[in-house]
Design a protein around this ligand. Sequence first.
Ligand SMILES: [Zn+2]
Ligand SMILES: [Zn+2]
Ligand SMILES: [Zn+2]
Ligand SMILES: [Zn+2]
Length: 248
Amino acid sequence: MTLNQINFTKKIVFQIFLIFSINSAVAQVQPSLGGSSRLMNSAMQEMENGNYEKANIFFRQIIDSNLPIPPEMPYFFAETLYQLEQYDNSANFLNKYLELNGFKGDNYEKAKALEKLLDVPLNAIKSCELCDRRGYRFQECFTCEGSKHLEQDCGYCKAKGIVGCSKCVGSGLITKRNVFNIIEYFECERCSGQGRLTCPTCDGSKVETSACRTCQGSGRLQSDKVCDHKDENPRHLSLLFNRIKSHN
Ligand SMILES: [Zn+2]
Ligand SMILES: [Zn+2]
Ligand SMILES: [Zn+2]
Ligand SMILES: [Zn+2]
């Protein structure tokens, strides 16, 4: 064989190897794609019947299953989430769909239309003070009841309101040696001879105010209730003030 023939043979062998490995990869993918196609069909069926809650469950099964995700799935999931008023999540899947498929996606036109529809609720979420950025209503923190702070016993003075003077170690007196090397006693000027000082942490109030740990000092917690952006009864002045502020 000439060098050319050897190279040619090598090339053929490599190509056969390539075809073989692609085939086996396809063979591995196909049965599982069947699994997600079935879930996808079930989800679409529920969508057609207007059962978006059920469709949502099937779509989430596709995501949780680690099966390959059918290319049109993110669009239909986005539409379902829109119907369920989960606008932020809907936008996430819609963006993913457009990013992956571009204008070649079967549902490109519908996706662009949904993108427009999402503008209104997404802007409403952005300008609402009552919900988080995903559109879920805040609830009042159950620990601090919205006050953001909690009063506890002062940890520094152990709720005594006073602490021992560190300069005189609580004795009220300090000692100095005079020129004759004799110890003389003086009244401690820091505590005026009292041996104790008002607690610098609580100013003698015995209580310490610290940011609520449950809500990290925000006074509110996330919930899973979709916000309608309406404040029925402003129970807290702070909410009212926020609204006044936002008009300036
Ligand atoms: Zn709190
Ligand atoms: Zn002192
Ligand atoms: Zn204290
Ligand atoms: Zn809101």
